[in-house]
Design a protein around this ligand. Structure first.
Ligand code: ATP
Ligand code: MG
Length: 251
C-alpha cells in the first residue's frame, strides 16, 4: 500500500482539490484507494459527495480510540474509492489529544492492519498541528501542493524544518514531492515560481502541473470530483496525468 499525505500549512493551495481528484483518478485506473479526511473543515468529505448529516462516526472517533478505522470507512460514488470522513468535531481533537503520550502516532497505528488497498491518500488541514503530524507520520510520503504565486517558497521553509525534525528526532525518513498548482501561463510569476522550485528541488517536483481552471473550483459545490463533473476540461486532464505520474514514480 502506497501512502501519500497531502500537506502544506499554507491555506488554499489546492490540498483538498488534489486529494479528491488524485484519489478519484487512481481509483479509475483500477487502484483500490482509501481517502482519509484529516481536516475539520471536511471539504474532502463533502467534495467527494458524502452527506455529512448522515454520518454517525468519523476519523475523530478513530483518533480518540473509540472505534477502529474499518468501522468508519464509507463507500463513495466511485468504484474502487472509499473514504474515512471527517466533520467539525475534529476541531476538538487537537486539544483533547494534547496530553496523550504518542499522540502523533495514532493514525499510523490505526492504519497498520488495513489491507486490500493500493493507495492511501490523506488530506490535512492548513497548519502543522497534531492532525497534520499524524498524517505525515502515518504516510511518510508527502505531496506538497505549491500555488504558483509570490511568497510560495518562503512558506515551505517551515514545512521542510518540521519534516527534518520528524526525520531526525523520530527517525521517520519522510520523502517529499512538490506539485505546482493553479498555474496560469499568462502570468510571469507562475513561471518564476515553477523555475525556482525546479532549481531547488529538481526531480522532486512533479512534471505534471495543475493549471488554474474554474471547473475545478465549481465541481465541489456539486459534490463531484472533476472526473464526474467535467472529465474533458483542462483541470481534469491534468489530474488524470498526475495520477499516472504518481502511479509510475518510485517515491
Ligand atoms: P485549505 O488550506 O483551506 O484546506 P486547500 O489547500 O485544501 O485549502 P483547496 O480547497 O483545494 O485548497 O483550494 C482552494 C480554493 O481554490 C478552492 O475554492 C478550490 O476550489 C480552488 N482551486 C483549487 N485548485 C484550483 C485550480 N487548479 N484552479 C482553480 N481553482 C482551484
Ligand atoms: Mg483543504
Amino acid at each position: 500500500m502506497k501512502k501519500i499525505c497531502i500537506c502544506n500549512q499554507k491555506g488554499g493551495v489546492g490540498k483538498t482539490t488534489t486529494a479528491v481528484n488524485l484519489s478519484t483518478y487512481l481509483s479509475s485506473m483500477g487502484r483500490k484507494t482509501l481517502l482519509i479526511d484529516m481536516d475539520p473543515q471536511s471539504a474532502t468529505t463533502s467534495g467527494i459527495g458524502i452527506d455529512k448529516s448522515k454520518l454517525d462516526r468519523t476519523i475523530y472517533d478513530v483518533l480518540l480510540g473509540e472505534c477502529s478505522i474499518k468501522d468508519v470507512i464509507v463507500k463513495t460514488q466511485l468504484e474502487n474509492l472509499d473514504i474515512v470522513p471527517s466533520d467539525m468535531d475534529l476541531v476538538g481533537a487537537e486539544v483533547e489529544l494534547s496530553n496523550e503520550v504518542g499522540r502523533e502516532f495514532i493514525l499510523r497505528d490505526a492504519i497498520a492492519d488495513l489491507d486490500g488497498y493500493d493507495y492511501l491518500i490523506v488530506d490535512s488541514p492548513p497548519n502543522l498541528g497534531v492532525l497534520t503530524l499524524n498524517a505525515m507520520i502515518a504516510c511518510e510520503n508527502l505531496l506538497v501542493p505549491v500555488q504558483a504565486e509570490y511568497y510560495a517558497l518562503e512558506g515551505l521553509a517551515q514545512l521542510l524544518r518540521t519534516a527534518e525534525l520528524i526525520t531526525r528526532r523520530l527517525r521517520i525518513p519522510l520523502k517529499i514531492r512538490f506539485l505546482i498548482t493553479m498555474y496560469d501561463k499568462r502570468t510571469r510569476i507562475c513561471d518564476d515560481v515553477a523555475n525556482q522550485l525546479r532549481e531547488y528541488f529538481g526531480d522532486r517536483v512533479f512534471k505534471t502541473v495543475i493549471p488554474r481552471n474554474v471547473r475545478l473550483a465549481e465541481a465541489p459545490s456539486h459534490g463531484k470530483p472533476i472526473l464526474l463533473y467535467d472529465p474533458n476540461c483542462k483541470g481534469a486532464i491534468a489530474y488524470k496525468k498526475l495520477a499516472e505520474e504518481v502511479d509510475s514514480v518510485e517515491w
